[in-house]
Design a protein. Structure first.
Length: 276
């Protein structure tokens, strides 16, 4: 497909779709042949506004919200759609040697992501700039849907407790029903959030290989954990996916008191991904 660009090293191969919000549609470990992302078969409806099970594939960037909200109380001109405004839109992307640079530009903001590949490591750098005349609030969340297998384990370091978004209950990780990946027949789905203590790393995999995502609380003070072992969507064909989500807040959508960006101001953060 002409709208795809591939960043490769001897150890990994990363492919993005420039016409669909810079979505990463493949992250293959060359040593094992395993693609760590939920496959995105395409083609897709470019007019879609709901991030349903047919859209939930690959790796997107959620900004300035995850849940659909009325953006006006937060400095936005109207409603903000489910999982933000970046996914599914054409992007400006350049590939230079071992670097992929993607830029989303709108009247109110410029959002940039750079991915640098070295061996088995991806170094991600992000920047968002307020290009408008008024301040706005935002929530950022990385949304990488991992194609896990039953028996994979999820290990978290640098975090003490997670809060279930539906029940409001605090739980200590590892949670027995979630920390070992179950099959789609288990019918489990859960979304949790937690505060990051210093440096955090999240490792998913088995003895044959793993993926580790790490970042620092000074950049992104929270983590979201989306577990779906066949429990979502309700009333539709079940799917199987896990997402470790570095994020700016323990919330599913914009709420008062989240990050604010003044006109001309830029915020930056970084994330590291390693294949083992």
């Amino acid at each position: 497909m002409t709208n795809q660009l591939t960043l490769a090293t001897d150890r990994l191969r990363l492919t993005i779709d420039t016409a669909y919000g810079g979505r990463v549609v493949g992250l293959v470990d060359n040593a094992s042949g395993r693609d760590w992302l939920v496959p995105d078969p395409g083609p897709r409806d470019l007019s879609a506004t709901i991030y349903g099970a047919d859209i939930a594939r690959g790796w997107d960037e959620c900004f300035p919200t995850v849940a659909a909200v009325d953006g006006r109380p937060f400095g936005w001109p109207g409603a903000l759609r489910d999982h933000g405004v970046l996914w599914g839109v054409p992007t400006q992307t350049t590939l230079t040697d071992n670097r992929l640079a993607t830029r989303w530009a709108a009247d109110q903001f410029v959002f940039e992501r750079q991915i640098v590949a070295e061996g088995a490591v991806l170094s991600l750098s992000y920047a968002v700039t307020n290009a408008g005349a008024a301040s706005f609030d935002y929530l950022y969340s990385q949304h990488m849907l991992l194609a896990t297998r039953p028996g994979d384990t999820i290990a978290l370091s640098g975090i003490k407790t997670l809060t279930n978004i539906d029940s409001g209950q605090d739980q200590t990780w590892p949670i027995a029903a979630l920390a070992t990946v179950q099959g789609i027949e288990s019918g489990i789905a859960s979304k949790l959030y937690g505060a990051v203590a210093g440096e955090i790393s999240a490792r998913i995999g088995d003895a044959a290989g793993a993926i580790t995502i790490s970042w620092h609380r000074n950049d992104l003070p929270s983590i979201g954990l989306w577990i779906d072992y066949g429990g979502w969507p309700v009333g539709g064909p079940p799917v199987h996916q896990v997402a470790i989500e570095p994020t700016t807040a323990e919330a599913h959508g914009l709420t008062p008191g989240q990050r604010s960006l003044a006109p001309g101001e830029t915020h930056r953060w970084s994330i590291s991904i390693r294949l083992e």
